[in-house]
Design a protein around this ligand. Structure first.
Ligand code: CAA
Length: 270
């Protein structure tokens, strides 16, 4: 997700710094972005000059202090609150006082992230959708402390990325995952209960409802771990059984079957 967001920012004209936790992941992430731009050039969507400009605007780093002069930072680490609560005070200390601090969380509590900084008025959610360079939506998530000025700046920023922003309150799941997660979990329960096969459920929703992907293809695409964390966060907030991760999802995540990114989920990938 972080790579897709960095790609989107750089190709929209922003000087962009992207940080990874080690050189291997950084090299892999940058290579994926470069190949997306090459693919866009081969389809005539970018000129070679634009590809070169995009590349020169995108800077990879392993050092968090390199964010010191950024006007806006989008956190996109794993969906783990402890990780986020460790990172936010560090970023708060490094960034200039006027900088905005955004999170790409899909369902975790943004208010809590703002509360561990000295700039809660400048903290909000900016939730992208997979694949970030392609999907038109972003959710702007407003906490009880986010200022009007921050929301307006983030709205303008989202528009400058070519996205359509929607505004959501900081309640678990925001808009999309509050609706999407029960659908995905229901598909897993159908499979667990033997009501239909994986392929038939996917074909039914693709061909019957015109969805671009069936639920199992989408689960693998989003990541089973990410889906489980999102479901747990919403379940924690509302205790609604609709959001309780089904046993099969838990077992698959425990077995390292994360979907496309790990090579195996409901489908297998090379
Ligand atoms: N950069 C630029 N362009 C890209 C790209 C990238 N990284 N990746 C794909 N594209 C472009 C392709 O070049 C292609 O462009 P053209 O149509 O002009 O040729 C277009 O996107 C479509 O890609 P493909 O032809 O490769 O594949 P497709 O037509 O099957 O579409 C898809 C792929 C866009 C992913 C489509 O299947 C889809 O919309 N799936 C549903 C995705 C979805 O629901 N995402 C949200 C998940 S929820 C989430 O992310 C949030 C969360 O918190 C869980």
């Amino acid at each position: 997700m972080g790579g897709g967001i960095a790609q989107t920012c750089a190709q929209s004209g922003y000087e962009t710094i992207v940080r990874e936790v080690n050189q291997l992941l950084l090299d892999r992430g940058l290579a994926r972005i470069y190949s997306a731009w090459d693919m866009m050039a081969s389809k005539g969507k970018l000129t070679q000059g634009q590809v070169d400009e995009n590349r020169s605007r995108l800077h990879g780093t392993l050092t968090i202090e390199d964010f010191a002069d950024c006007d806006l930072v989008i956190e996109a680490v794993i969906e783990n609150m402890e990780e986020k609560l460790r990172l936010f005070p560090t970023l708060d200390r490094i960034l200039q006082p006027g900088a905005l601090l955004l999170t790409n969380t899909s369902s975790l509590n943004v208010t809590q992230m703002g509360a561990v900084t000295k700039r809660p008025d400048k903290v909000c959610g900016l939730h992208f959708f997979n694949p970030a360079p392609v999907m038109k939506l972003v959710e702007i998530v407003r906490t009880i402390s986010t200022s009007d000025e921050t929301i307006e700046s983030v709205r303008q920023f989202a528009l400058s990325l070519g996205k359509t922003p929607v505004l959501a309150k900081d309640t678990a799941g925001f808009i999309v995952n509050f609706l999407l997660i029960p659908y995905l979990l229901a598909a897993i329960r159908m499979l667990e209960n033997g009501m239909a096969s994986r392929d038939d459920i996917d074909a039914a929703m693709k061909l019957g409802c015109g969805y671009p992907m069936g639920p199992f293809t989408l689960l693998d695409y989003v990541g089973l771990d990410t889906t489980m964390w999102a479901a747990e966060a919403i379940y924690d907030e509302y205790k609604d059984p609709l959001y309780a991760p089904p046993p099969l999802l838990r077992r698959m995540v425990q077995s390292g079957m994360y979907g496309k990114k790990s090579g195996k989920g409901f489908y297998e990938y090379q």
